[in-house]
Ligand binder design. Sequence first.
Ligand SMILES: [Zn+2]
Length: 445
Amino acid sequence: MQACDLLIKNCSILTPDFQIRENCFVAVSGGRITQVGDGAEAEAWQAHEVIDGEGNLVMPGFVDGHTHTCQQLLRGRTADEYPMIWTRFLVPFESSLSPQDVRASARLHCIEMIKAGITSFADAGGVHMDQVAEAVVETGMRAAICPSTMDTGNVVCGEMKHSTEDCIRLTEELHKGYQGAGEGRVDIWFGIRQLMTCSKELIEKIVEKAEELDTGIHMHLCEHKDEVSYCLQNYGLRPAEFMESVGGLSPRLLTAHNVLLTEKDITLLAKWGAHPIICPMANFINHGFPKIPSFLERGVVPGIGCDGASHIALDLFTQVRALKAGTMAFWGLPVFDPVAIPNQTLLEMMTMGGARALRHEDDLGAVEEGRKADLIVLDVHGPHMSPSQRPVNTLVSSGNSHDVLHTIIDGKVVMKNRQLVNLDEKEIIAKAGEHMEAVIARSGI
Ligand SMILES: [Zn+2]
């Protein structure tokens, strides 16, 4: 008899090559998957905690590769508004957030994700990010976070804009205080809010310091025409070319949005191993159609991001279904390509695509022995899921975040039967409501 912390028995698993293996068990110890085996062998394990999978599906937790915890309390506010969302809403709102607002916002953000089966995320940065780190530690989440970094541009940004030196110092201090916090669940990265709000000097320093601290860089890239135009006017280069010229294209770079890319730009990102994150709903509504087939042709499977809760729920099922439909309508149908974006690729984007971008490709993104136990158990018995001739296809076409029964992060069960284990959901929602009212009044939006 072997001992383990957690045993999920009587389950199916999603294999690393996106097949469904039935009648299995998963044993977890010390935060890692110690064995994935066939049903009867589960009897060999004595577990501290046992979850009866009841024939449901164990799969890797989803990775949200681009979000904004600080925009959680803007929910419902930015849809159907005329420009400029950035100057009319985002800047006055974000720059008015107190540390307590940020904490309440991040707690809600984390529990919304846990309930949607998202077990890790990358945040593009806001103010008071120490409070986000605290919320990540408290809720049991996993995240790569950074301060929102800006040192130039003519928008009045209050607390969001700093001198070049202070931008670096603030990130270094956060790194010193929180890198590896929560038993290794918190990573502190550098942020480049966007090329229009960061000087060349700052970007060069960020590239240098990220290498020194061996950490990642999260930036918005090629989201808007204005950004490409700014880059051409100021540097005579397109954004991806500019990033290459300062040595910024590398596997430590996560680029969010990636819409206004030429074929040459995509080749550059692929050549240097930068990690693109696609934000389907935000892209289709505000920016355009990312060239998904061009990424896939170069062997690059991007990650997926919800881009924060101001305009949509934090739910990767919604995002990949939008991506499928949008990619087919814009790229697939005009050239009669019915497999422009296969369902298995979408599953890879939700899991391993994000794991790679978060610099955890060896640890996250698959149900496999030795990897960290960031797992979800999905109810596959609902009338929208069962029976199915091709369960993997049905998972993508019909699964939704409410089907997530249990969420496990770093080997710890944080949601069981849709109930948060150590957190008071009602209290977190109520607190967020109070802070939302206060920050609306303070920011004048
Ligand atoms: Zn964003």
